[in-house]
Design a protein around this ligand. Structure first.
Ligand code: GLA
Length: 416
């Protein structure tokens, strides 16, 4: 990737043409013939999911407290909407009629009562299952039960289904996800469909119209730049996931979001790394699904997750993911076109030491071949606003200089 950026730069230099490192040529998304006709996710979905902190150790008491804190902490008012139970909510087997049931020890009041509680707080209710025979944690999967499971979820008031890909043998991914999408549609209840096959079958090429979001990478781990080997698989660092995004950015948009996985903000990285992680998800127009223990959230974590300007950038109605325009010595520039002719420009220091930035706007025109938008600072001047510092910082007439700490970002918005 870096080689390609360098080559693009060299070619630009030799030919005298404008240079920007668009890493892949845009490809038109084909609307699936089996498309659902819904508008459930015109902007990236926002919510909370139990997996990153609790894995299968979930129960009604814990989750009710989490719902209460979701509201009390201001997460709901900041735009987070879904409350999703991941793997581990079921009994180990289906009941005698072949129906899934919530584990009665974990959910003594039953799943309908829990869903009602979530709804009573003005939130939407999400649940998890898997296209295979068993979920990744070994609970009963949906294979061969798609329509009855969808009906059960609808009867509970489920609004969101995350659908995983473990124990699928030789199932065809596209077919399996279309079958479940149809089953959900047949219930008549609008259910946001979140595909989770880790990008193994290039869902960005076919999932637009099947579901509203699709995981494009393997599972995240709460580490900024080091993957974690888990035996048979590898959990991915924030930067590993970020590096996979430029090649698929053209597939992102309203009702079909590339999903770089749930957030690890508040789960053990440094505050700087949490801030950089959240910023990258926002400029990628990614779904924002918090995965921390909301009951123990520090003020710092809360201020990151509920930052209004950041959330507004993520939720910008154009839904155009950022492109990486340069990468030099671990200091990267990412550009996101925003509505009303604005831009977000993010400087990411992925290196382990502070980096001095000296950004001369006149020498760095913005040029997005995918959205066909651009800005030439020799022709027009933009006002600069530093989003994290919450202050205006001059215009594009003057170079922007700042030292960026290791694993940190500076995020600017540009307004004409
Ligand atoms: C997979 C998914 C995770 C989580 C677990 C649950 O690994 O990618 O997000 O849902 O399964 O078992």
């Amino acid at each position: 990737m870096y080689k390609r950026i360098a080559l693009t730069g060299l070619l630009g230099f030799l030919t005298g043409t404008a240079v920007f490192a668009q890493e892949e040529a845009p490809v038109q998304v084909q609307k699936s013939a089996n498309a659902k006709v819904t508008n459930l996710a015109p902007t990236p979905p926002m919510g909370w999911n139990s997996w990153n902190t609790f894995q299968t150790r979930i129960d009604e008491k814990l989750l009710r407290d989490m719902v209460d804190t979701y509201v009390a902490s201001g997460m709901r008012d900041a735009g987070y909407q879904y409350f999703t139970l991941d793997d581990g909510w079921m009994s180990m087997e289906r009941d005698k009629n072949g129906q899934l049931e919530a584990d009665p020890k974990k959910f003594p009041s039953g799943m309908k009562a829990f869903a009602d509680y979530v709804h009573s707080k003005g939130l939407k209710f999400g649940i998890y299952n898997c296209a295979g025979d068993r979920t990744c944690a070994g609970y009963p999967g949906t294979r061969g039960h798609e329509y009855e499971d969808a009906r059960l979820y609808a009867s509970w008031g489920v609004d969101f289904l995350k659908y995983d890909w473990c124990n699928t043998d030789s199932l065809n991914a596209r077919e399996a996800y279309i079958t479940m999408a149809r089953a959900l549609q047949a219930t008549g209840r609008p259910v946001l469909f979140s595909l989770c096959e880790w990008g193994n079958h290039q869902p960005w090429l076919w999932a637009n119209g099947v579901g509203e979001m699709y995981r494009a990478t393997g599972d995240i781990t709460a580490n900024f730049d080091k993957d974690k080997h888990m035996g048979t698989w590898t959990a991915l660092s924030v930067l590993t996931i970020v590096d996979k995004q430029p090649a698929i950015r053209q597939f992102n948009g309203p009702n079909h979001w590339n999903d770089p996985d749930m957030l690890e903000v508040g789960n053990g990285m440094s505050p700087t790394e949490d801030k950089a992680h959240f910023t990258m998800w926002c400029i990628l127009s990614a779904p924002l699904v918090a995965g921390n223990d909301l009951r123990k959230m520090s003020e710092q974590t809360k201020s990151i997750l509920t930052n209004k300007e950041l959330v507004a950038i993520d939720q910008d109605k154009l839904g155009i993911a950022a492109y990486r325009s340069s990468a030099v010595n671990g200091l990267e520039t990412w550009i996101k076109p925003l509505s009303n002719g604005k831009w977000a420009v993010c400087f990411l220091n992925r290196s382990d030491k502070p980096q001095a930035l000296n950004h001369v706007w006149a020498q760095n025109a913005l040029n997005d071949s995918f959205s066909k938008r651009g800005a030439d600072f020799t022709q027009s001047t933009y006002k600069l606003h530093d989003v994290w510092a919450k202050k205006d910082v001059g215009t594009t007439k003057k170079a922007f200089r700042q030292t960026i700490p290791a694993h940190d970002v500076v995020l600017l918005t540009l307004t004409k």
